[in-house]
Design a protein around this ligand. Structure first.
Ligand code: NDP
Length: 452
């Protein structure tokens, strides 16, 4: 049985050197590549053609990257300029698929890291979707609906050339929800003179969106966590959970946790952390976040028995299980030590790469269960693919039909992770399991497609 060894395979060190040289100004992309490649040694030993065909270097180079100017007018009539991106990373398993992020921290390196992760995540779902990501350094916070609409229209004026239901199918991510997808779709329709339903996912349910897409990422995170816990003979019922973020993924992670009998004791966002006795009042939080686009400081004022800690991270709140659902590198080594000290037993990642490499090392050493993002948050893109399927067949499935498929997909992903962890690393090393499981399917397809 092949097992990981401490010395890296030469193909990995060589590729890491090249990737480092080519992308030295993109730290998060380098972090994501390193994290994956370092777990692939045993697979390369088992399949020497991976090295012979230089598959690793090919995999780390996006097939295509697009960067464009987005000029738009704000409500005061001023002309603003933002930068738009789309990284079409790998189309070996299907049309490019991955969300759009509108956030001031977006740059090419961030989009490349997200696109790279997306390749493996999409592969793990077992569905036929390639990996991509896009977005802009536009900050929707504090913008009027009209401003958001004008920005989305200007963004689509360029992006429309590169997407299509069989070419590249964007969806939402941070700062992009059903409102933005609606404006983007409207402009795509105007420019192409076609109602091409499958060109975007995360649409509103009334005109082509899938039921349960809004809930899918968060629900999927909890279904994955349930699988992790069951394998250890544990469960969610009665357990104290903390969740970072209060956006789409965080909200529906909290919802499912509460439905399954866990107590969500705290959540957070950029303004700070909120704790509530008896558990977070989810309906109120959803209203503040989704309907009113307000932060948790506002929620804390309205929620009975809530305590607000301005600027504080959520990780200092004692819990059994932690769910980082906000953004990359939001949980560092100090936070990880705090979680361990407070008796936390599992970290299940809802956000993409929320833990730093140092944090992962601390959590692993302490023996915590870790649900890696590539696997745990794959439910969102999986249901996006189900939305594409419904659009292609002019069908509309019930919430229960979609939710049942989501649960099954998350279970399959868990089984793939378990199998690959046992075969190529160690029992419960779900990080290696997810990386290898995602990689194998992509590698096999790249080999069959030849050198293109
Ligand atoms: P949203 O924009 O809906 O929510 C993001 C939340 O995180 C907000 O509450 C935001 O707070 C908070 N946040 C952002 N940055 C920080 C920070 N530095 N510190 C504390 N809180 C912060 O995004 P999503 O919920 O859609 O995405 C969250 C994560 O999940 C991202 O990593 C995304 O890539 C990933 N993901 C999303 C999927 C989806 O279907 N939406 C699918 C798979 C992964 P504030 O509002 O104050 O900025």
């Amino acid at each position: 049985m092949a097992k990981s060894s401490s010395a890296l395979h030469p193909a990995i060190t060589r590729t890491l050197d090249i990737v480092q040289r080519r992308n030295h100004s993109e730290p998060v992309f380098l972090q994501a590549v390193k994290e994956v490649l370092e777990t692939l040694g045993p697979v390369i030993e088992e399949h020497p053609d991976i090295d012979e065909l230089n598959l690793l270097e090919r995999l780390c180079e996006p097939e295509r990257q697009i960067m464009f100017r987005v000029a738009w007018k704000d409500d005061a009539g001023r002309v603003n300029v933002n930068r738009g991106f789309r990284t079409q990373f790998n189309s070996v398993l299907g049309p490019y698929k991955g969300g759009l992020r509108f956030h001031p921290t977006v740059n090419m390196g961030v989009i490349k890291f997200l696109g790279f992760e997306q390749i493996f995540k999409n592969s793990l779902t077992g569905l036929n979707i390639g990996g991509a990501k896009g977005g802009a350094d536009f900050d929707p916070a504090g913008k009027s609906d009209d401003e958001v609409m004008r920005f989305c229209q200007a963004f689509m004026n360029e992006l429309f050339r590169y997407i299509g239901s069989r070419r590249d199918v964007p969806a939402g991510d941070m700062g992009v929800g059903p409102r933005e997808i609606g404006y983007l779709f409207g402009q795509y329709k105007k420019l192409t003179n076609q109602f091409e339903m499958g060109v975007l996912t995360g649409k509103q349910v009334g005109w082509g969106g899938s039921l349960a897409r809004k809930e899918a990422t968060g629900f999927g995170v909890v279904y994955f966590a349930e699988n992790l816990l069951q394998a250890r003979g544990e469960g969610l019922k009665g357990k104290r959970c903390i969740v970072s973020g209060a956006g789409n993924v965080a909200l529906y992670t909290m919802r499912k946790l509460q439905q399954l009998g866990a107590e969500v004791v705290a959540c957070s966002d950029i303004t700070g952390t909120v704790l509530q006795q008896g558990g977070i009042n989810w309906e109120l939080l959803r209203m503040c976040s989704e309907d009113e686009r307000r932060n948790v400081d506002y929620f804390a004022q309205a929620a009975k028995g809530a305590e607000f800690r301005p600027g504080a991270k959520v990780w200092e709140v004692p819990c059994d299980y932690a769910f980082p659902c906000a953004t990359q590198n939001e949980l560092d080594a100090d936070d990880a030590r705090k979680l361990v000290e407070n008796g936390c037993k599992m970290v299940c990642e809802g956000a993409n790469m929320p833990c730093t490499a140092e944090a992962i090392a601390v959590l692993k050493k302490a023996g915590l269960l870790i649900g890696p993002a590539k696997a745990a948050n794959a439910g969102g893109v999986a249901v996006s693919a189900l939305e594409m399927q419904q659009n292609a067949g002019l069908e509309r499935w019930t919430f229960e039909q979609v939710d049942t498929q989501l649960k099954q997909i998350m279970q399959n992903i868990f089984q793939t992770c378990t199998h690959c962890a046992n075969k190529y690393s160690t029992k419960e090393d779900y990080i290696a399991g997810a990386n290898v499981g995602g990689f194998l399917r992509v590698a096999q397809a790249m080999i069959s497609h030849g050198l293109i």
